[in-house]
Design a binder for this molecule. Sequence first.
Ligand SMILES: [Zn+2]
Length: 307
Amino acid sequence: MAIAYISHADCALHDMGHHHPEQPARLSAISDRLIASGLDMVLHHHDAPLASRAQLEAAHDASYIDEIYAASPAEGISWVDGDTAMNPHTLNAALRAAGAVTLGVDLVMQGKAKQVFCAVRPPGHHAEHHRAMGFCFFNNIAVGAYHALQAHGLERIAIVDFDVHHGNGTEDIVSDDQRLLFCSTFQHPFYPNSGFGSTAANVVNAPLPSGAGSLPFREAVETHWLPRLAEFAPQLIMISAGFDAHQADDMANLNLVDRDYAWITRRLCELADQSAEGRIVSSLEGGYDLHALARSVEAHLKAYLGE
Ligand SMILES: [Zn+2]
């Protein structure tokens, strides 16, 4: 069955200024690589819709959503956090990014795709119930997960996050909601200095020390994630797919390589085949070295194909 690739031209118009690592070129680097590799031809392309107000309110406080709309500038740049800014196109890009994940959920639940990759920005996993931070405004993966619960009647969804940064926003939103299991690997101690000592029963955090590479990452996944995921038997697996734990990425100090992303994707495909009819929706989070990002996304998608 098809792999769906969801993006939108609006996502490239969000721009936080020269030298900001979360830059529009991330998306063109990915699409260029997929075209050059020929993988692009086997993907089913979709334009991301705008997330609805109701979809956002399932994951975010209504007054917070109002604040983001109010912060959207008519011109110039408006900073909402020390490293997170809006230009006149950011609001639409953020709505497309969250909307992409809801469309991805619809496609897998309607049997129109087996796996989905949302090539979107801004990313989402640092966005909390009522706070923007870390380049994120709306929590795309959480918005999609609540859409799957509410619009499709699912009862168990796993969200896994292999970005180098802890998905504090996702943890904040889903903690103690037993319909959702959140599994995360991340460098610790490191930004945003969360995820250590979490007590929610539905949160599985596996911190990794600076310098850790493939082996500790795979051991953490096999020891901490996979047994919990198998026991939970999710009906859908959603991935916060950040690629900034790559050894070539200057943002942090983990040393993953392209084939680690293929490996984790295959493990998740096996789990999805067991309990979720193969359904996986992944959405781009971090990944700032353009070459490593593009190759890692290629490895991630090839793993969907079984390669
Ligand atoms: Zn990150």
